[in-house]
Ligand binder design. Structure first.
Ligand SMILES: O=C(CO)COP(=O)(O)O
Length: 140
């Protein structure tokens, strides 16, 4: 599975904790991240991650482009709900695309844990049938 990992600045410690706790699960998948989040996770966990640009410089949009190609299988985006972000439109667009393409999305630690455990339990095998298909082909 292709997994995107993203966190706002005040949530970076949290996503590093998640990545450390679920390193064994995450290491079985292809990992992507926005620039600064990816660097923190790589430096502190040793996981191999493809890094896009930093979020405010277009990284959220790059991940959104993957989603719109229906190539991203799961998004963990630990958002800071108490700080306004200069690139809020990019963030909204990314979250919206997850809904357009029906991609599982976790926006906090609790939901991230559930999604990662579900991933390991094989709950996402349906993605093998829909990945890369046109959006119109998503509905059975
Ligand atoms: O801003 C972000 C998501 O909107 C995250 O970007 P960075 O990982 O580069 O800090």
């Amino acid at each position: 599975m292709n997994i995107a990992l993203i966190a706002h600045d005040k949530k970076k410690d949290d996503i590093v904790k998640i990545a450390e706790a679920y390193k064994l699960i995450l290491s079985k998948h292809d990992l992507y991240a926005t620039g600064t989040t990816g660097k923190r996770i790589m430096d502190e966990t040793g996981l191999d991650i493809h890094r896009f640009k930093s979020g405010p410089l277009g990284g959220d949009q790059q991940i959104g482009a993957y989603i719109s190609d229906n190539k991203m299988d799961l998004v963990i985006f630990i958002r800071d709900p108490l700080t306004s972000q200069a690139h809020e439109p990019d963030i909204s667009a990314l979250l919206r695309l997850c809904d357009v393409y029906e991609i599982p999305l976790a926006t906090n630690m609790g939901s991230a844990e559930v999604l990662l455990r579900g991933l390991d339990a094989g709950f996402y095998s349906w993605r093998d049938m829909t990945r890369g298909t046109d959006r119109d082909a998503l509905h059975f």
